[in-house]
Design a protein around this ligand. Structure first.
Ligand code: EPU
Length: 420
């Protein structure tokens, strides 16, 4: 397994290009199942999760030619509406093929994703929603088995806003008969982007990006051509990296409008962020101030930025408090940061970070994507050498992170087949 070796203490200065958004690309790849013909996705990031989705679409019978940043997907003659455990276990987001497969082919068999490192992450809301659209759903030997000759529009009220749940239901509703209303829907920009895709395909979606979304289904949908928007979490991660190193970085293709809560927090900490056309310039001018923040659904502060900001708050002058409200087990970076010298106490979903800490390089390992990013950032400022092991987690969601950082002045290299 690869690792990333970082010699800390280098100030980031230079330009970093932000890739297409992973969490926008994944549902949009699944949406291609709603029609035959050839769809073209552009600005697709080169990531392991994209490869996993491409493999799943091929398994389902699609013809996928993936040369990121472009991916072409064509409907194949032989469709097998079944997502096996071997593929779904690699990536929970695979459950998003359920809605489109059921709507398009009248049946689907998709492995239950199971728990994951950051929490139990059930899919009950996806299933309840599909049942409201008329699906007959059974759980058989670890699989969701769903059938319905034609879904029918209905009102679905989510118990909590769920991003992939909202996306799964939007895709199913696009081929349902009549109108579907999703209440308490997720408002994330990726949901809005999927709404634009479904409109391009010929159904009518209104309200995506608000908590009530209406979808008027169609009998048939058309293929589409779309360029994925920039990844707000990747951009936020490099903002934190720039701030941590006291740097001055230009983020090209930066979706500032989707990053308002993260930018507001960074500004409170003493980071200057200015728009320069489609780019953002990030500079740290002086000492960092501590913060108190809770993760929330969009437009609140995103759980996907919690770990990275925690590393930054280790460097702030004073005590910061961070509360994680979305996932029950998303502090796995804390013991690893502590091994690097951070002073963090946790009590349930609340972390108290006593800054400033002098971080020291160490061998560290994280078991999820954003936690891995927080350790890379810690390595950038730590004294001496840090080795972040098992970076396959990082490769799921960051395109060539070590190269992007090195191009902006960091001393980061990938070690192939490092021993964990
Ligand atoms: N939930 C349920 N039942 C459901 C669905 C969700 O109880 O049927 C709960 C979850 O357990 C969680 C909360 O609702 O406590 C919100 O989860 P959500 O469904 O919104 O998360 P997700 O759709 O599985 C997406 C992103 C995550 C991101 C979360 C929250 C994708 C592919 N994944 O996950 O991204 O953290 O929304 O914003 O869009 C990442 O990129 O690192 C990542 C984990």
């Amino acid at each position: 397994m690869d690792s990333i070796r970082i010699r800390g203490g280098k100030r980031l200065a230079g330009t970093i290009h932000i890739s297409g958004a992973k969490n926008a690309a994944l549902p949009i790849l699944c949406a291609t199942l709603l029609s035959d013909g050839e769809s073209l996705l552009r600005n697709v990031p080169k990531l392991r999760d994209i490869d996993t989705t491409a493999a799943l679409l091929r398994f389902l019978g699609r013809d996928v030619s993936s040369e990121p940043p472009s991916v072409h997907i064509k409907g194949g003659a032989n469709v097998r509406p079944e997502a096996p455990y071997e593929l779904v276990k690699q990536m929970r987001a695979s459950v998003m093929v359920l809605g489109p497969l059921l709507a398009r082919y009248g049946r689907a068999k998709v492995s239950l994703p199971g728990g994951c490192q950051i929490g139990s992450r059930p899919v009950d809301q996806h299933l309840k929603g599909l049942e409201r659209l008329g699906a007959n759903i059974k759980l058989e030997r670890g699989y969701i088995v769903a059938s319905c000759p034609r879904l029918r529009g209905a009102e679905i009220v989510f118990d909590m806003p769920t991003v992939t749940g909202t996306e799964n239901l939007m895709m199913a509703a696009a081929l349902a008969k009549g109108r579907t209303t999703l209440v308490n829907a997720a408002k994330e920009p990726e949901v809005e982007e999927l709404g634009r895709i479904i409109n391009k395909m010929g159904a009518r979606v209104t309200g995506a990006g608000t908590d009530v979304i209406e979808i008027e289904g169609r009998d048939e949908l058309a293929p589409f051509d779309h360029a994925i928007t920039a990844d707000r979490i990747e951009a936020g991660t490099y903002m934190v990296a720039a701030a941590a190193t006291g740097g001055d970085v230009l983020l090209e293709n930066c979706p500032l409008e989707d990053l308002q809560s993260t930018c507001a927090l960074l500004r409170k900490m003493g980071v200057e962020i200015t728009r320069e056309g489609t780019a953002a310039r990030v500079r740290r001018l002086g000492a960092l101030r501590p913060i108190e923040v809770s993760t929330e659904p969009h437009p609140g502060f995103p759980t996907d930025m919690q770990a990275q900001i925690m590393t930054l708050s280790c460097l702030a002058e004073g005590t910061s408090i961070m509360t994680e409200t979305i996932f029950e087990n998303r502090f796995m970076h804390v013991p690893e940061l502590a091994r690097m010298g951070a002073s963090i106490e946790t009590d349930g979903n609340k972390a108290t970070i006593h800054g400033p800490c002098a971080l020291e390089g160490a061998k560290v390992m994280a078991t999820d994507l954003r936690a891995s990013a927080s350790l890379v950032i810690a390595g950038l400022v730590a004294a001496g050498e840090t080795e972040v092991l098992r970076v396959y987690h990082l490769d799921r969601g960051y395109e060539q992170m070590e190269e992007k950082l090195a191009a902006a002045g960091a001393d980061t290299v990938r070690v192939h087949n490092a021993t964990a």
